[in-house]
Design a protein around this ligand. Structure first.
Ligand SMILES: *Cc1c(COP(=O)(O)O)cnc(C)c1O
Length: 374
């Protein structure tokens, strides 16, 4: 028994986007970010596809996600970006995950757990080179490197930092962060760690910041088919372009004919000004189609745009199909993606919701049944 709502993920689009990122990486290896259930596209399915395409490592937020990747048979290094704390260390060691370390206090316990298993654990350090969010400040970097060096069962495999403004092509900030990162990590050679993997670039860094690719790049949004600077980035992009991998579709459950002057739905936030044909959709904020889309969004019916009218409720949305030829119960309606010659992208929906494509993809992908196609 299937829901009337469905998110489709295109395998061929994911592969195409991986290939574009690989070409852009200019020799640097790729670490796909598959946190947030692969930005709503399915963490395990995406990781398997990217692994087949040659991903060198994966990035997740919490250790629990890394454990799921291991259970699914992913063998590449899995970097745990947040939540490396005393209570998660046993699972990190047991699953052979790669903790991203921001301060020295956890190193003794991490080393002890690794030693007890008779293994050596590779760690990456996170340097705050200007992100201002997480990580060791440049002044504390060498001490942290030495602390890893002094831990019997730990090995320094990499050093990373993050770019706060990589999606802003006008900003000089990324060059500044890159300089700070390179200057600070130059000390590694003196500490005997000259060969560890340096990585800085998210999708914005990969596409827009010359020199930021270093040894490894960490694309997220680009792999799922969107530019980090949204519609502006898509408009300015040269071929071959990224291809959005997600479609979100539903079906008409009722077609209603109502007179002019009819108030529609909760609070009557829309009143018809003409005799109208209204299609009822079994989708609402519980499916990630948020209330902020009320009276703002458009959907595709029969390859043509139709406006959302009235308040979006938990599981119902109304669209005005008066101008469309013969909409019928059971017709497919596309909320995100292409139908015929028309397309609604996550950047356009993000504009209606006053957010970014990332949030739209996470909401739709994580709150609906999902299938892989082609
Ligand atoms: C999420 C994340 C990325 C990927 O960012 P995109 O903008 O989606 O490419 C890269 N690095 C870190 C540390 C992240 O948390």
């Amino acid at each position: 028994m299937k829901s009337l709502n469905r998110v489709e993920i295109s395998r061929s689009a994911l592969i195409h986007n991986f290939e574009i990122c690989r070409q852009r990486a200019d020799g640097a290896v790729l670490m796909p970010l598959v946190k947030a259930d692969g930005y709503g596209h399915g963490m395990i399915e995406c990781a398997r596809i990217f692994a087949e395409q040659g991903a060198a490592a994966f990035g997740v937020a919490e250790a629990v996600e890394g454990v799921r990747l291991r259970e699914a048979g992913i063998t590449q290094p899995v970097l745990v970006l947040v939540g490396v704390v005393p209570q998660t260390l046993p699972d990190i060691v047991a699953a052979r995950l790669t903790p991203v370390v921001t301060d020295a206090s956890i190193l003794p316990e991490l080393s002890r757990l690794a030693g007890a298993k008779g293994i050596e654990i590779g760690v990456h350090l996170k340097l705050d080179a200007g992100m201002g969010r997480q990580g060791v400040l440049p002044a504390g970097f060498v001490d942290l490197v030495q602390a890893v060096h002094g831990s019997a069962h730990l090995r320094l495999d990499g050093v990373m930092a993050h770019l706060p403004l990589a999606d802003d092509r006008q900003s000089a900030n990324s060059d500044e962060v890159l300089r700070t990162f390179l200057k600070t990590t130059a000390a590694l050679a003196d500490c005997g760690h000259g060969t560890c993997c340096l990585h800085l670039a998210n999708s914005g860094g990969l596409f827009y910041v010359a020199g930021a690719r270093l040894d490894m790049v960490r694309p997220g949004i680009a792999l799922y088919g969107y530019y980090p600077d949204g519609a502006a980035g898509a408009a300015a992009a040269s071929s071959p372009r990224l291809r959005p991998a997600m479609r979100y579709l539903t079906h008409i459950i009722q077609v209603r004919h109502v007179p002019a002057g009819s108030g529609l739905g909760y609070a009557h936030l829309f009143t018809t000004v003409r005799p109208s044909t209204i299609a009822v959709l079994p989708v609402g904020y519980a499916n990630g189609y948020l209330r902020t889309l009320t009276n703002r969004a458009e959907v595709l019916v029969g390859g043509r745009r139709a406006p959302v009218v009235g308040r979006i409720s938990m599981n119902l949305t109304l669209v005005d199909v008066t101008d469309l030829p013969e909409p019928k119960v059971g017709d497919e309606v596309v909320l995100l993606g292409r139908q015929g010659q028309e397309e609604i992208g996550a950047d356009e929906i993000a504009g209606w919701m006053d957010t970014i494509s990332y949030e739209v993809l996470c909401l739709f992908g994580q709150l609906n049944p999902r299938v892989m196609v082609d």
